[in-house]
Design a protein around this ligand. Sequence first.
Ligand code: NAD
Ligand code: SAH
Length: 412
Amino acid sequence: MSVVKHPEQADEGLQKIQWVEKFMPVCRSLETQYSGAKPFQGLTVGMCIHLEAKTARLALLLMRTGANVVITGSNPLSTKDDVAAALARQGAEVFAWYGETPEEYEQNLERVLSFAPDLLLDDGFDLTTMLIEKYAPLAGKLAGVTEETTTGVLRARNMAKAGLLPFPVVAVNDARVKRLFDNRYGTGESTLASFMNTTNLVVAGKVFVVCGYGYVGSGVAKALRALGGRVVVTEVDPIRALEAHADGFEVANMDVACELGEVFVTATGNAGVIRKEHFLKMRDGAILGNAGHFNVEIDVEALESLAVSKREARPSITAYKLSNGKELFLIAEGRLMNLASGLGHPAEIMDLSFATQFLSLLYLKENRGKIEAGVVIPPPEVEEQVARTKLAASGIRIDELTEEQRAYLGRW
Ligand code: NAD
Ligand code: SAH
């Protein structure tokens, strides 16, 4: 039995799902292709991922192709209660609501695992880690896991290195058709939208410090610049720092950048990127948000310990008064701002990520027992199908290699 907070909001949730469905042609094409054969018939897919409209669309695709879906959110602040209600009404087992406590978050992961899933779809690897550490016997039934994001893939690889991963994990994040668009353009646009909607402040002319210039950070930096934001980048990787420099951004270390920024956005997947010594040097009114992973990129505990008082400044913004008299503003408790205070990536972007998820789950199901335990990237034909379907839906035609070209490229 699902546990959602506002079952009465199901109609509103359904309307949101129907809206995004229209703009997710690759998922629609997969539904047309597989809803007759129902390849997931009789299988339970356990999902832990931001529960909002685009995710609900993926869950419905899995259900319409035969799966039983059991789902919780991957972040205590990203669940949209109306969407959760709609999905529960459509027949999924849903255990998620906005504002879960850490205990409720864990309990909901446990509820998903209590269905003994055949496949897991994870975003950040919390669900899989719990299965391995607490419910190891369930691994025997599992065909494998698909992992959505950079940090989850990193955790999976670390576990595999330690010899602790007993099944295959498909690194959906590492598909080019995922990270080139989702991590870069998706996070760029949704972080910008979150900043604008959460703060109601101007971007043009403002100094933003973007920490990390990987797929996410470079997308965020470019989206901010597109609206006239003045961006300073911090990095630890010399090549990515040079890339940011060549892309025309100012590059500085955090010690310097912390005094320059009016707004700070972390995008590293790391911990303690903005720390006590940085908070103390920031200007009065500086705004802090995270577009990376867990709520540890900005050291929220240190900020709490420095504060003499705190208050809610606006919905999703906490003001911290420091003993030096300055006030700093933190968006969404330091959790990823584009989802905890925003709607996440746009539908057209999640269409690519979620079509890759669907085909990766199918790959695991069809090759059950044949793929070695460890982290694998999605097969090239998965990426190719997703990209070609999207191009066709966009009315874009591309060239094919001629026989002569193929032969030319095969020479030495
Ligand atoms: P990435 O590896 O491409 O980039 C991370 C960058 O951060 C690297 O260049 C690294 O050198 C840099 N970095 C690490 N520690 C740093 C530090 N202390 N200071 C400055 N830079 C530092 O990874 P990515 O794909 O860009 O993902 C980054 C994070 O964003 C991950 O945690 C990922 O899971 C998350 N993510 C979030 C969203 C979202 O919707 N908000 C979307 C996709 C990925
Ligand atoms: N457990 C983490 C999750 C990392 S989120 C946490 O602390 O919140 C990063 C992932 O969110 C990205 O890889 C992206 O694919 C996904 N995402 C972004 N927008 C989304 C959306 N609208 N719906 C579902 N997932 C989304």
